[in-house]
Design a protein around this ligand. Structure first.
Ligand code: M6R
Length: 618
């Protein structure tokens, strides 16, 4: 959360920074702000609570913000409400230094008390302002006086927590100093100009040459140079890389929202995730850095993740246990390390994360590694912190996901987890090679099945309009349909701000059935009649139970399932696929349903309230 952009070069900084912020707004939209070094030697700032457009309006033609060195920030609030006063940049007492920040300074309360005892009167409620005052003091006097880089190094040594910090000082024209610990920061190297950003999409238009900054590093930028050091001032080598994403990939491509576009991209995201992972005989996890021998030593798997990624782990449990005969536990990353799980060298911890930045998941994997478990990241973001800190990585190739609600990344996570399940089965010999080949072949047909599902979604869109005024929606599933039900409910909560709950259908009679009343919409994910006849029969009974209590039944069932039709007020067909793979098709209508209900209720589908795309605080 929080997006950061910096620019130093020969052009007007403001338009470049505002353009970069627009691309990073998905990271947080509680407020936005900029600081520019003016040609007159002053630091000029502008900031505004709310979305970036509010700042744009406040800035007007930007005449006050001329200058070719500057930085910008888009905020997801942690310390201090989303107000003008708490918006970044934050200044020191002199007003000649400004700081922007992504992350949390955990020892900020102690530092603030120390500053207050020294006579500083903070003007905001943020942890960031504390850094501005410390940095201002370090620059003003003492051993680091007049040296912004050394001041930054000294201040960072005092900070606990996670942070990307960027600072400008009016007395250091044409210089930007930044630091990072855990929160993301990349440097873009242009011709006579340099960029800094939380991710490359902010500067891709201007340069594809990038430098990845490591943990606990400080970088000092001028238009023609950059210097990377550690927090003690020792020089370090930045890691260069070339970005080959197309900028159009990160844009809406004609769809009304990123989420609509990302839903439509799911067949391609799945195909890209599966591509290159089967050579006709073997499952290949070539980014995995784990040999078959390594996989054979595993005797237990934990999947740790949050939100939708956690739901992908619940699906993985069914597949991995069935295919590889290995016990799998699925844990919310935020609970994992506090529970003292039993881990050892034979434990594989799979950390699933679209962003690769989720702090709960990152801390869970750090805990696992400290306990000597092997950690495999399943991640969509190349070079992000979670894969960097893992022993091995299996990338999903869903492309950038901008909509806050996860769609194509979720399906790609499910597919990657299946690949892992097949790789474990292959290594452990729990499946014959011919079975692995057949399973992969079925997986490879899924992109077409998702395409077919997407082609039949008009009735779901109409249903969405119809359900816009419902007070709540309940979701029921069994087997792999259960995580699908949870995912459908999560989508509806986060997009439509509607009360929604997912249940294992068997649990209904243990309590949730008390919620059922006349007209309550209930979405039921039907197991396959052919492959799971017993579960199918039980689910039919569950539908009868809720229908007889007045529920409005919306049933997702495989094509040709005639037995369920009499019990469905609305029947939504999905293509027939192998039962374990059903989540890849059955989730799609639920994504579209949530988006349509949210649209009908007039909400911003890409930027649901209170949420951020990457949750980089615990
Ligand atoms: O980037 P991650 O996959 O680690 O994110 C995990 C969750 O924050 C994420 O899936 C969240 O639940 C989505 N908003 C759900 O749509």
């Amino acid at each position: 959360m929080c997006g950061i952009v910096g620019y130093v070069g020969g052009r007007a900084a403001l338009p470049l920074i505002m353009g970069g912020l627009a691309r990073l707004e998905y990271r947080g939209y509680d407020s936005a702000g900029v600081a520019i070094q003016s040609p007159g030697g002053e630091l000029v700032t502008a900031k505004k609570a709310g979305v970036l457009d509010n700042l744009r309006t406040a800035i007007g033609d930007g005449a006050d913000l001329a200058g070719s060195t500057g930085m910008g920030h888009t905020r997801w609030a942690t310390h201090g409400g989303p107000t003008d006063r708490n918006a970044h940049p934050h200044a020191d007492g002199s007003g000649r230094l400004a700081v922007i920040h992504n992350g949390i300074i955990e020892n900020f309360a102690a530092l603030r008390t120390e500053l207050e005892s020294a006579g500083v009167e903070p003007v905001s409620d943020t942890d960031t302002e504390v850094v501005a005052h410390l940095l201002g003091a370090a620059f003003a006097a003492g051993p680091t006086a007049g040296d912004l880089t050394a001041s930054m190094q000294a201040v960072c040594r005092r900070l606990h927590g996670t942070f990307t910090l960027v600072a400008l000082h009016a007395d250091r024209p044409g210089e930007i100093v930044a630091a990072r610990r855990s929160s993301p920061l990349v440097l873009g190297v242009g011709d006579g100009e340099m960029f800094l950003a939380s991710d490359v999409s902010a500067f891709l238009e201007y340069t594809r040459d990038a430098v990845e900054l490591g943990q606990d590093q400080v970088v000092t930028l001028t238009a023609d140079s950059y210097l990377v050091t550690d927090f003690l001032g020792n020089p370090l080598q930045g890691k260069h890389f070339h970005v080959d994403w197309e900028i159009a990939e990160a844009e809406r491509g004609g769809y009304p929202t990123f989420m609509d576009k990302e839903i439509a991209e799911q067949p391609e995201a799945l195909a890209n995730t599966l591509r290159g992972h089967f050579d006709g005989r073997h499952i290949l996890l070539d980014e995995q850095r784990m040999s078959d021998d390594d996989l054979r030593t595993i005797d237990k798997v934990f999947v740790v993740a949050c939100g939708s990624a956690y739901h992908s782990g619940l699906v993985a449990k069914y597949a991995i246990e069935h295919w590889a005969r290995l016990p799998v536990e699925v844990e919310l990353a935020s609970e994992f390390r506090y529970r003292d799980p039993i881990l050892d060298r034979a434990t594989l911890v799979v950390a699933v994360s679209q962003s690769g930045e989720t702090m709960d998941t990152l801390e869970a994997l750090r805990h696992a590694r400290r306990q000597k478990a092997t950690v495999l990241a399943v991640c969509n973001t190349n070079g992000a912190q979670i894969p960097r800190e893992s022993d091995a990585v299996l990338y999903t190739h869903a492309g950038p996901e901008i909509g806050v609600a996860s769609t194509k990344a979720f399906l790609a996570q499910v597919a990657a987890n299946y690949l892992l399940g097949l790789a474990l089965a292959q290594a452990r010999g729990t499946k014959y090679p011919s079975e692995i080949a057949a399973d992969f072949d079925q997986l490879a047909q899924i992109p077409d099945a998702v395409r077919a599902t997407l082609a039949g979604m008009d009735p779901v869109r109409r249903l969405g309009q119809d359900l816009a005024t419902a007070p709540a929606v309940l979701f029921l599933g069994r087997h792999v349909g259960y995580p699908v039900a949870l995912e459908g409910a999560l989508k509806l909560k986060e997009l439509a701000y509607m009360h929604a709950e997912g249940f294992a259908a068997g649990e209904l009679k243990h309590g949730p059935i008390a919620l059922v009343e006349d007209g309550l919409p209930m979405v039921i994910v039907m197991p396959s009649a052919k492959s799971h006849p017993m579960l199918h029969r039980k689910m039919l009974s569950n539908i009868r139970e809720v229908q007889s209590r007045g529920a409005r039944t919306i049933v997702i069932a495989e094509e040709g399932d005639d037995t369920v039709a009499p019990f469905a007020d609305t029947l939504i067909d999905v293509p027939i696929v192998p039962p374990l793979l059903q989540p890849l098709v059955a989730t799609v209508p639920l994504q579209i349903l949530a988006a349509e209900i949210a649209r009908a209720r007039g909400y911003d589908i890409d930027k649901p309230r209170n949420l951020a795309k990457s949750v980089t605080v615990e």
